[in-house]
Design a protein around this ligand. Structure first.
Ligand code: GLN
Ligand code: ZN
Length: 760
């Protein structure tokens, strides 16, 4: 059986691309230097996959920032504000990705959104009525030829036209259908060039097919591919889907003249049924996504071989074993992990190890006779893993979850009563100003943490340093005149890993980075077993911060849904069960903070929206029905006068506003600056009770917002939100920003709030 990989990580095993890009941004290296680093990384991953014997390897899966942005630039979907900048092509590309502020101009970045149900983010292409779609680049061809020169024949992976049209934002009158013919024609030009270069396969990534599709969507898809498939000539086309099943269009796509169709058997709950019910044409290859591209556990060979056997009985031999999605979402290799014992590591599989799994599984499934399979070493070694997992069960945790009562999910008294009590107690001005929690993580802050980790300094030295930083951070906030003070989160590497480190049931990696957006990577911890709180986690820091100021200090925690969503979850118990375990642990921390005099506690649920099932029909039953109560469980035990904040990254929750209100927090802050203010209309329509701080400027970009800009944003917000409910804050934590821009931005923010207050 042949094997296929949809895409490979590209940031580099040691995040080489991140560091090189950041140097390039600071003009410390040239564009050419950056290109060399990128070429080296591409070479490594191609050769790695070739050595592992993978048959279908992708090129063009590399990106300097994001593959959707690559596709937009390739087809000239470039807003004027970037194309008109006097910069190189790569400079314009980065301007669209990150915004640009310098001697050549001052522009904001494109909007950024979560990539389906992952923690990766894509840039939202912007199409206006004058956008002239045309093939304007050569990246896929260049990278195809580059691979070929290295001796690797590749399929060219590219975001497909349907997904590109679906993800784009249309700022004029025209809509997706008005651009579909033109776009299809330009894909054909690309295919022509690929064919001339000798390419045999092109892979169209069409994850948008796993969402609920309307009749118009299906028409759009067919109209685009009608052109592409008719005109593509001898180049073979793989329609690659992932992150779910394609139940709304399966019976139609199998009739189209694709040469292969890639289906996700891991997240696609109905994929196997669809194949059984509608069959699969004998003239196509079926790329079966059976090796999980998103999680880090070893594949269970017995199950996969079984699934392959079933598939072969309907499809015959035309099955190619594939990853379920791009391996972009898992770390590079276990070989970088030097601290975890083999007892743990043997259960994990990162990108490189998944290549080995693909090969072993393909070999095993070629054995005709099941008893031959069972007697192989690879099969037996694999099966042992599913019988022994040390330290994963804690009876007391399971009992505590079982004992949760319905009333534990409700905070009393109800919101409006609490709101009055809190306003009196806190005595904040109208439009209170605050930040989301973290302050710039400068070199010295990271070094301090690293020194402690390496045992180069004592815990006392570490603590003293952080206390000094906290005191300085608070002095700065007082100088800027912010109303609600934070301690700055200097002790945290990452908002999830930090909590994971203080919870039993977690294990950690050293180098297991995955890309979140652009040069930002995260290192998700792994939920290994039952989770509980080992000791108070944040209390000492918050107490110290409180001792530095008379203003209210906001305690800062991460919520259970986010902790779970940004960890690699277990596969042996349900996600709901794991989340409730975490919720109880964080609840203990909330009550400890309150007992230690912290009056405001923020429980971040940055990732709550992200795991919303892609299909609307699954939203409540599969997710919100347990996720929202899990959040309430965390704070339901506090006194009425304690103010609970929450924060969510991204404002894309227009359609779940009642669920967000049902989190029953007192205040919610969220991103609003990088998308339009449409969410505010929905808040109003839904009579949103929770007080809100829609971020007034974009922290994902180094640009300093002007006072005027913030006043304008606030004025728009006041049209839709009552003055007594409106907070003023940036749209996310400041840890990735520099100190200078942070101070300048916050000064402007506070000044804008004061201007608005004076307007009455
Ligand atoms: N409190 C966190 C911070 O400020 C929130 C981060 C986030 O929402 N991603 O860093
Ligand atoms: Zn955020």
């Amino acid at each position: 059986m042949k094997t296929s990989v949809i895409g490979y990580p590209r940031i580099g095993k040691n995040r080489e691309l991140k560091f090189a890009s950041e140097k390039y941004f600071k003009s410390e290296i040239s564009e050419n230097d950056l290109q060399l680093v990128a070429a080296e990384l591409r070479k490594d991953s191609l050769l790695k996959q070739k050595e592992a014997g993978i048959n279908f390897i992708s090129s063009n899966d590399f990106s300097f920032y994001d593959n959707v942005l690559d596709a937009a630039f390739l087809f000239n979907i470039i807003p004027e504000r970037y194309s008109s900048l006097d910069l190189t092509d790569l400079g314009k590309y980065f301007a669209a990705a990150r915004g640009y502020q310098g001697d050549k101009g001052n522009v904001k970045a494109l909007a950024m959104k979560k990539w389906f149900n992952t923690n990766y983010h894509y840039l939202v292409p912007e199409i206006d009525d004058t956008t002239e779609i045309k093939l304007a680049g050569n990246k896929p061809v260049d990278e195809y030829l580059e691979a070929k020169a290295l001796g690797v024949e590749t399929k060219t992976a590219i975001v497909g036209p349907f997904t590109l049209l679906k993800l784009a934002k249309y700022t004029g009158e025209k809509k997706s259908a008005d651009f579909s013919t033109q776009l299809a024609d330009e894909y054909l030009k690309l295919i022509e060039k690929l064919a001339a270069a000798g390419a045999e396969w092109i892979e169209f990534d069409e994850p948008s097919l796993v969402k609920d599709l309307t009749a118009d969507d299906i028409t759009l898809f067919k109209s685009v591919y009608d052109i592409v498939l008719n005109g593509k000539g001898s180049v073979k086309a793989l329609l690659q889907t992932y992150f779910g099943d394609i139940r709304d269009i399966y019976s139609e796509v199998i009739k189209l003249s694709f040469d292969a169709i890639g289906l996700d058997f891991i997240e696609g709950r109905k994929t196997a049924d669809l194949v059984k019910e509608f069959g699969f044409p004998a003239d196509k290859l079926l790329f079966a996504g059976l090796v999980n591209g998103k999680n880090i556990w070893r594949n269970n060979y017995a199950k996969t071989i079984d699934a392959l056997k079933n598939l072969k009985s309907t499809v015959g031999d035309n099955v190619v074993l594939s990853t379920s999605c791009s391996l972009l979402h898992v770390p590079y290799t276990l070989a970088s992990e030097t601290k975890l014992s083999q007892d743990y590591l043997e259960h994990f599989s990162f990108a490189e190890e998944k290549l080995g799994e693909l090969r072993e599984l393909a070999q095993l499934s070629d054995y005709a006779d099941a008893s031959n399979v069972a007697s192989t070493d690879s099969f037996q070694n694999n099966q042992k893993l599913f019988h022994n997992r040390i330290n994963s069960v804690d009876g007391s945790v399971q009992n505590r979850v079982a004992a949760i009562k319905d009333s534990d999910y409700t905070r009393l008294p109800e919101f409006h009563e609490r709101e009055k009590i809190q306003k009196e107690r806190l005595g904040l001005p109208l439009f209170p100003t605050t930040t989301i929690g973290s302050f710039p993580q400068t070199q010295d802050v990271r070094q301090n943490r690293q020194k402690l980790k390496k045992g180069l300094i004592s815990v006392d030295e570490y603590t003293e340093f952080n206390k000094k930083k906290i005191a300085e951070c608070i002095a700065l906030q007082e100088e800027i005149d912010l109303d609600v003070i934070v301690h700055g989160e200097y002790e945290r590497n990452d908002m999830v890993e930090y909590f994971g480190e203080h919870l039993a049931g977690y294990v950690f990696t050293e180098k297991a980075w995955v890309q979140s957006y652009g040069t930002r990577c995260v290192k998700p911890p792994i939920i290994w077993g039952d989770v509980s709180r080992k000791e108070a986690i944040t209390v000492e820091w918050s107490k110290f911060a409180k001792s530095c100021t008379d203003k209210p200090v906001k305690g800062m925690l991460t919520g259970p849904v986010t902790i779970l969503n940004w960890s690699f979850p277990r596969e042996d118990i349900s996600i709901k069960e794991s989340t409730l375990q975490i919720a109880l642990a964080i609840r203990d921390e909330v009550l400890d903070l309150e007992a230690n005099g912290i009056d405001i506690i923020q429980i971040d649920e940055a990732a709550l929206r992200e795991k919303l099932p892609l299909r609307r029909s699954d939203w409540y039953s599969e997710y919100l029905d347990w996720a929202i109560p899990a959040f309430r469980l965390v704070h339901s035990g506090v006194k009425p006068e304690t103010q609970i904040h929450t924060h969510m990254c991204y404002s894309e929750f227009t359609d779940i506003i009642p669920a967000i209100d049902a989190m029953d927090a007192d205040v919610i802050t969220f991103e609003a600056s990088r998308s339009d203010l449409q969410i505010l209309d929905s808040l109003k329509e839904n009579n949103f009770k929770t007080e809100v701080g829609p971020g007034v400027y974009d922290i994902h970009s180094p640009r300093v917002p002007s006072v005027d800009e913030i006043v304008t944003a606030l004025t728009k917000m006041r049209d839709r939100i009552e003055d007594t409910k409106l907070w003023v804050n940036p749209d996310c934590g400041l840890k990735t920003r520099g100190e200078t821009e942070t101070k300048a931005s916050l000064i402007n923010l506070v000044e804008a709030a004061k201007i608005i207050r004076n307007q009455g």
